[in-house]
Design a binder for this molecule. Structure first.
Ligand SMILES: NC(=O)N[C@@H](CC(=O)O)C(=O)O
Ligand SMILES: [Zn+2]
Ligand SMILES: [Zn+2]
Length: 358
């Protein structure tokens, strides 16, 4: 896999290791252009398939745009990467149900992404009126196409740490009631209450959990000073929520699976007076997840979360081939150069207890 430098190649043979089917990442931002070319190899080194987010500028709203973006992604992958990008459509107030169905039937996209307008990075073109989206969601329900939701309230008067909870109560639960057969992924779950909502509506509802939300809480954002590289949306919550997320992913429950939300931004845009939201976890995701499962004594459940549950939810077979992670200290890299700037790697400066073997 080559992306992690091992400190000690002569580690004893009995070093703890876990071998799993090649995993999938159900939530990836690969961006475009120079950024795409810079970050794509990291995702391909960790994952066999992945759902590609459509929040480009302009967003991916048509079958033609998604097909063209898929080609640019494949062209940016290293030779022999064997990575399959699974595309998505960005929903807006103007989305045509026929276009949705066409892209799904032609196997250009596998799901649609619902950003409440203004909730996060490049979401201003998203959906303003969830009730008015009914014809689109009804069509998706009929054809078995999942909707992937960034679940945060966009009401500026709602406290930022409550935006997920408010969205779930005011928007998500009524939506689930209006569309009783619709498949829904609640992406980047950050609260204990959302974990329970996912469970209560499984198996047609699933939840993804990022590596960073398993190791950071809201205090981490201010540890010794302001940490712009830990800032993402939804923002990390209190410690009790982090512990609930760790319990959820290691429970073995089929409704939870990987969605790293790897979201690269240039250092200049992160370390700014108004720094943008998103953490680049593409190079250290599996190492971080493996560490969490090890710390929770749940390595036997790692494969379900990483490689089986998401595929089953999306009606796909698990990948062929395996990947092995070892409890051997390693280090990723501090940053990835992109033109005259760089992207800071999550945990890139730290020694990581787990490494990808290879
Ligand atoms: N997670 C983030 O903080 N940012 C993501 C968008 C998103 O997934 O909300 C991005 O595109 O940068
Ligand atoms: Zn999001
Ligand atoms: Zn995202």
């Amino acid at each position: 896999m080559g992306m992690t430098e091992l400190f000690d190649d002569a580690a004893p043979k009995d070093v703890p290791a876990v071998t799993i089917r090649r995993p999938d990442d159900w939530h990836i931002h690969l961006r475009d252009g120079a950024m795409l070319r810079a970050v794509a190899p990291f995702t391909a080194a960790q994952f066999a398939r992945g759902i590609i987010m459509p929040n480009l500028v302009p967003p991916v709203t048509t079958v033609a745009a998604a097909a063209a973006y898929r080609e640019r992604i494949l062209a940016a992958m290293p030779t022999g990467a064997g990575f399959t990008p699974l595309m998505t459509c960005y929903l807006t107030d103007a989305t045509d149900p026929d276009e949705i169905e066409k892209g799904f039937a032609e196997k250009v996209w596998v799901a649609a992404k619902l950003y409440p307008a203004g909730a996060t990075t490049n979401s201003h073109g998203g959906v303003r009126d969830l009730v008015a989206l009914a014809p689109v969601l009804e069509r998706m329900e009929r054809i078995g196409m999942p909707v992937l939701i960034h679940g945060e309230s966009t009401d500026p008067s709602v406290d930022i740490f409550d935006r997920e909870a408010v969205f779930m109560e005011q928007s998500l639960l009524p939506l689930l009631k209006r569309h009783e057969g619709l498949k829904v992924t609640i992406e980047h779950v950050t609260t204990a209450e959302t974990v329970e909502i996912v469970r209560a509506h499984a198996p047609r509802v699933a939840g993804t959990v990022t590596p960073h939300h398993l190791v950071l809480n809201r205090t981490s954002l201010f540890q010794g000073g302001l940490r712009p590289h830990y800032y993402c949306l939804p923002v990390a919550k209190r410690e009790r929520h982090r512990l609930a997320l760790r319990a959820a992913v290691t429970s073995g429950d089929a409704c939870f699976f990987i969605g790293t939300d790897t979201a690269p931004h240039l250092r200049n845009a992160k370390e700014a007076a108004c720094g943008c939201a998103g953490v680049f976890v593409g190079a250290t995701a599996l190492q971080t997840y493996a560490q969490v499962f090890d710390e929770e004594n749940a390595l036997d459940r790692f494969e379900a979360f990483a490689s089986l549950n998401g595929a089953a939810f999306h009606g796909l077979a698990p990948n062929a081939g395996t990947i092995t992670l070892v409890r051997r200290p390693g280090r990723a890299l501090a940053a990835v150069p992109v033109e005259d700037d760089e992207v800071v790697v999550f945990r890139g400066e730290e020694p990581l207890p787990w490494s990808i073997a290879g």
